[in-house]
Design a protein around this ligand. Sequence first.
Ligand code: G3P
Length: 217
Amino acid sequence: MLLFADTADTKLLTELAETGLIDGCTTNPTLIAKSGRNMAEVIKEICDIIEGPVSAEVAAIDAPTMIKEGEKLAKIATNVVIKVPLTLEGLKATRELSSQGLMTNVTLCFSVNQALLAAKAGATFVSPFVGRLDDQGADGMQLIHDIRTLYDNYDFDTDILAASLRTPAHVQQAALAGADCATLPAQTFKDMFRHPLTDKGLETFLADWAKTGQSIL
Ligand code: G3P
């Protein structure tokens, strides 16, 4: 499963990228606003840090303007993915941008029918929001399972990019549900490395090794 960093914080992203385990990055207007920086500058910097797909979201709500914004964002770097909201206008823009050979990420997906329409519009990625469905008392991870079944039933090429993931358990469940990619906050990525038994086991190994008085080097 591809792991994307969900952030517009380039300092933090550089730290994560140094692990060599981050395959891409996703941003949205909230994350750009949080960075306090100019969008084009941040996206360019992110595209220099990350070789993989970098999602940059349009701000318009009508298809013609989304298309113009998308074409401009795509000129920033070849690994830019144009992120559009899953609305009727957003899917019209997706069809046009996909027909130009540009990568698209259809975001704010909350239902199987929405995911069906995104795939039919030729989206490169669809972003179902797991955490926000859970917030509403729904089962966000069931949506990932259902979209996987749908896309496999009809052999759709669109990749499932599980988003709004809040915990390492979410990442594990998305992987087991067959998501192609997961985008996650930096802390969730860092928490994935941790397990108390790993810490305990390493502590014992180091203590036992120290008792030997030996050195490998
Ligand atoms: O990529 C979407 C993500 O940023 C939303 O996450 O935690 O605000 O639902 P959250």
